[in-house]
Each structure stands twice: as structure tokens, then as C-alpha cells.
Design a protein around this ligand. Structure first.
Ligand SMILES: [Mn+2]
Length: 344
């Protein structure tokens, strides 16, 4: 089936599901990236137009990365926290750019979403959801939503078009990472409606002074081992930082794998990156957190989390060691010597 045909029949089913409903809750991953934010706002637009629904957008954490905060501000988003949600009020629950019990979202286990739209590999539990549209070949969840908007004849307003364009560009690192022709087509569609100057401003979003302290810690802790750089940030109040550091370190000449960890809200969070296209970062992270936590992702980037039950330093170090050893083992670098990336 062609993409447009698939989107057409999916849109029809989505419209039927939305008809006659009043309140929709849209859930994102705990630390939403631009793709999640744009996909959520696009789904809100669809729900407003197709079914006249009122929507709340919820995430479990903070938006930390400078770019992401700038995007939230630009979109004028009033993000809700899970603690303030009265699930009884909502007729429908949707999830974008993540899936039930994936570990990176805080939707309570007892709440099964009615709608899941995502581009991560499908998870077993997702198959029990009423409406799913999972396209793991797409570079961004936003691309799927753009196809729905086109199919529904909805022209995105400038902030939405800008957010979607930025979401696709950032998830695919400007079409350089796991992008498909669908992502290119979506970008071509969005360009005339988007504010390109605003994208520049979002990319250069302001950061607080502690950002530089965290960056300094990340570099000071970084070790080179075989094809990998590993570092940890310790306690963080901005979970987005581990992904940013993992991206940054992957630019080192000899490095094809990076791993960065940080502790946030009683969890050890892990970001994994690889520049080897045929490698499965998503599989490696699952191996790393096996029996201890959850993880998932794409070929070249993935994330995971392990709950810290005791909250002690010893427990944390033990888990850091566990995931690091399993990481090095998975990429065949366990017996390589380790050296510091920079002088302390
Ligand atoms: Mn995404």
C-alpha cells in the first residue's frame, strides 16, 4: 500500500474514533524532544479540526535542552504534568513519539492509550491499542502527522509548520540520520509555511550558566575505550543534557559509539549514539539494561533508564558499572585499554 493510501484509511479511522468525543489527552515522552512536541501539537490540530476536541498535552518531566525550551515558548505551550491529570475527564488518550510502558513516559500502567502514533519499532503491548500507526521506517513521528494534515486538507499555521519542520530536521539531524523519502517530502511540504528565521533562533536557544558546568563535568569524566567514548554527568536536573553530550562526543575523529549517563528522579538515564548505520543502538541498549530497566530506540540512537531503588551512591555506581560493562561487551571493546578524553 502506498503511503498516501495508508494515511487515507488511517485518517478515516482516526476521524471515526474522534467523532462525538470532547476531551483528548496527548501524552509524550518524559523529556520531549522537538519531534515529540511538534507531533503532539499536530495531533491537537487534527483533533480540533476533525472532531472539535479539547486537548491537554502532558509530559512527565522537564523540558531542559535550550532548543526544546525555545520551541515550547515559541509554540506558547502549556504543558501539563501527569500528577495534575484527572484521567476520568478524558474520553480518549493518545501517545505520540513513544509507546505504552516504553519506560521513557510516565503514563500510569493502568491507563492504556486509545491512539499511538510513533516511529520507534512496535512494542508487544502496543498491539492491544485501538488505533495505532507505527512507521519505524520514518525518521520522525512528525512526518506521519504531516501526512495526516495533508490528507485532511489542513494547512498548518506558521508556528506548527515551523515546529514540524524543526522536529523532522532535528530527529534526522538534517536528513543525515535514518531519514526516508517521506521525511524529505514532508519537509518540502512544510517549507513554504515555516518561519526559517525562527528555526535559527530556536537552534540557538539560550542556556543557563549551569549548562557549561555540566558540559565541563561531561568532558572531564569522558574516557575513550576502543571505538567508544563513555561519560557520566552524575545528578542532573536537565535530562536532555545526556543526549546532547552523547551527540557532541560522537563528533570525535576516531569514535563511532558514545554513551552518556545521568541520574534524574530516582533513575539512571542512558543515551547511546553510533555513527555506524548498520548497528542497532536500540538492540545494544536493550542488552545493556537487561533485567534492570527499560530501553529502546533506533539504529543509530537510543535511550534507556534503570530505576535506582535504594538511592545510594554505591547502588548508582554499581549500576553505572553494570551498563558500561555490558555496553563495552556488546560493541566488542571490553578488553581495550581506556584513556581520558581530555586532561583533567
Ligand atoms: Mn522521534
Amino acid at each position: 500500500m502506498k503511503a498516501a493510501e495508508k494515511t487515507g484509511s488511517k485518517l478515516q479511522r482516526l476521524t471515526e474514533l474522534l467523532t462525538g468525543k470532547t476531551y483528548l489527552l496527548i501524552a509524550m515522552q518524559d523529556t520531549p524532544d522537538p519531534d515529540s512536541l511538534a507531533a503532539a501539537v499536530a495531533l491537537r490540530k487534527l483533533a480540533n479540526n476533525l472532531g472539535n476536541l479539547q486537548c491537554s498535552i502532558v509530559c512527565g518531566g522537564t523540558v531542559g535542552r535550550g532548543e526544546n525550551r525555545a520551541l515550547v515558548k515559541y509554540l506558547g505551550l502549556n504543558l501539563r504534568t501527569y500528577a495534575e491529570i484527572d484521567y476520568g475527564k478524558y474520553d480518549l488518550v493518545a501517545m505520540v513519539d513513544t509507546q505504552p510502558w516504553m519506560g521513557n513516559n510516565s503514563l500510569p500502567e493502568g491507563v492504556l492509550p486509545d491512539i499511538v502514533i510513533d516511529h520507534h519499532p512496535i512494542r508487544h503491548q502496543t498491539r492491544t491499542v485501538k488505533f495505532t500507526d507505527i512507521r519505524s521506517g520514518y525518521g520522525a513521528a512528525s512526518t506521519i502527522l504531516v501526512e495526516y494534515l495533508i490528507e485532511a486538507g489542513i494547512t498548518p499555521d506558521t508556528p506548527l509548520a515551523t515546529a514540524l519542520l524543526y522536529g523532522i530536521r532535528s530527529d534526522t539531524q538534517d536528513l543525515g540520520r535514518e531519514s526516508s523519502r517521506f521525511d524529505i517530502e514532508a519537509i518540502e511540504f512544510l517549507y513554504p509555511f515555516a518561519n526559517n528565521r525562527m528555526i535559527g533562533e530556536i537552534q540557538r536557544g539560550r542556556v543557563p550558566r549551569v549548562y557549561y558546568q555540566m558540559l565541563a563535568n561531561a568532558l572531564r569524566n569522558a574516557r575513550l575505550q576502543g571505538p567508544a567514548i563513555i561519560t557520566e554527568l552524575g545528578d542532573i536536573d536537565n535530562p536532555d543534557m545526556i543526549a546532547e553530550v552523547a551527540d557532541l562526543l560522537l563528533r570525535e575523529d576516531e569514535t563511532t559509539w558514545t554513551m552518556c549517563t545521568g541520574c534524574w528522579k530516582d533513575k539512571l538515564l542512558i543515551s547511546l549514539r553510533t555513527s555506524e548505520e548498520d548497528n542497532l543502538a536500540g538492540k545494544v541498549i536493550k542488552h545493556m539494561v537487561a533485567r534492570k530497566g527499560t530501553g529502546g530506540g533506533h539504529q543509530t540512537y537510543a535511550g534507556g533508564q534503570v530505576p535506582l531503588i535504594k538511592g545510594t551512591k554505591a547502588e548508582r555506581e554499581e549500576i553505572e558499572k553494570y551498563v558500561e560493562e555490558r555496553f563495552l561487551e556488546a560493541i566488542g571493546a571490553a578488553d581495550k585499554p581506556g584513556v581520558r578524553l581530555v586532561k583533567a
